[in-house]
Write a protein that binds this ligand. Structure first.
Ligand code: ATP
Length: 247
C-alpha cells in the first residue's frame, strides 16, 4: 500500500534519514522503533508530506506521491496523529468531530463551526464516532478540559472522521497511564478492524509494540537496521546491542 525507497533527509548539514526503504502491505500494522533522535518522526513527516525529502521516492497504492502536498495526501487517504494531540482546544468534543466531518465533506481545511451548518446526518455520525472513542459521555466538554488520554482519543476520532485508508500514529500512548494505554491499544485494534485500516506507528513502549505490530522496523541514526516480526528483531544481534539491550 505504501512504499518508500532510498529516502534521504538532512536538516542543514545534519543527515537524519540515510537511505530508508520500506514497504507496508494493506491492513498491516507496521511499527517503527528506535532510540530518541533515530529519525522516526522525520520519516513519518516525509511519508505524510509535512517535510520534503532530499532524495528518494514515496508511492501510495502504486502512485508516485513524492511531490504531493500533505493536504493532497490526506485526500488520498492519509490520516495522522501526533505526539501532542492536535485538536481545537476551545471547541467541544462533538464540535471537533463535526468540524472534521464537514471538512471531509467539503474537501476543505477545517474551518470555524460558525460557518458550518451540520446536517442531522453529521450530528449522528459525530455521535457515533464519539461512542467509538469512548467519549460519548463527554461530548459537550471543551477539548482543553479533557485528560491527556481523552485528548489523544479525540484526536483519533477527528482523524477517523476524515475516513483514512492509512492511519499514521506518532507515539499513540506516550504519557498515558497503564489503564489508558491498555484502553488505547484495544481501541486501535478495534478501529483497525472496523475501518479496514492500514496502520503505521512510532512507539517507545515495547508492550504496545508487541500488542499491535505485524512487523517492526528498527531505526538508529537515520538507518533501518532491522525489519521483521517481534521475534525476528528480538533475535537480531545489532538490535539487541543498540536498542533492546537498553530495556
Ligand atoms: P523521538 O523518539 O525522540 O521522537 P525520533 O526518532 O522521532 O525521536 P526525529 O524527531 O525524527 O527523531 O529527529 C531526528 C533528528 O533530527 C534529531 O537529532 C532531531 O534533533 C533532528 N531534528 C528533527 N527535527 C528537526 C528540525 N526541524 N530541524 C533540525 N533538526 C531536527
Amino acid at each position: 500500500m505504501i512504499e518508500c525507497s532510498n529516502i534521504y533527509k538532512s536538516y542543514g548539514a545534519i543527515p537524519v534519514l540515510k537511505g530508508i526503504s520500506l514497504t507496508v502491505a494493506e491492513r498491516e500494522t507496521f511499527t517503527i522503533i528506535g532510540p530518541n533522535g533515530a529519525g522516526k518522526t522525520t520519516l513519518f513527516k516525509v511519508l505524510t508530506g509535512e517535510v520534503p525529502a532530499n532524495a528518494g521516492v514515496v508511492t501510495f497504492n502504486g502512485e508516485n506521491i513524492t511531490r504531493l502536498s500533505a493536504s493532497a495526501r490526506v485526500h488520498r487517504g492519509f490520516g495522522r496523529t501526533f505526539q501532542v494531540a492536535r485538536i481545537l482546544p476551545c471547541n467541544s468534543v462533538l464540535e471537533n468531530l463535526i468540524i472534521a466531518l464537514e471538512a471531509r465533506a467539503r474537501r476543505t481545511e477545517r474551518g470555524s463551526l460558525l460557518q458550518l451548518r451540520p446536517s442531522d446526518r453529521t450530528w449522528d455520525d459525530a455521535a457515533e464516532i464519539a461512542g467509538r472513542i469512548s467519549l460519548l459521555n463527554k461530548v459537550d466538554i471543551p477539548a482543553r478540559f479533557l485528560s491527556h488520554g481523552d485528548r489523544k482519543r479525540l484526536e483519533l476520532g477527528v482523524t477517523l472522521a476524515l475516513k483514512p485508508k492509512i492511519l499514521m500514529m506518532d507515539e499513540p500512548t506516550a504519557g498515558m497511564s497503564p489503564g489508558d494505554r491498555n484502553a488505547t491499544i484495544d481501541m486501535i485494534v478495534r478501529v483497525k478492524d472496523e475501518d479496514r485500516l492500514t496502520i503505521m506507528l512510532t512507539e517507545h513502549d515495547m508492550d504496545v509494540v508487541a500488542h499491535l505490530s505485524d512487523r517492526i522496523m528498527v531505526m538508529n541514526y537515520g538507518e533501518a537496521i532491522a525489519v521483521g516480526t517481534l521475534s525476528d528483531i528480538r533475535d537480531n544481534a545489532a538490535v539487541r546491542d543498540i536498542y533492546l539491550g537498553e530495556e
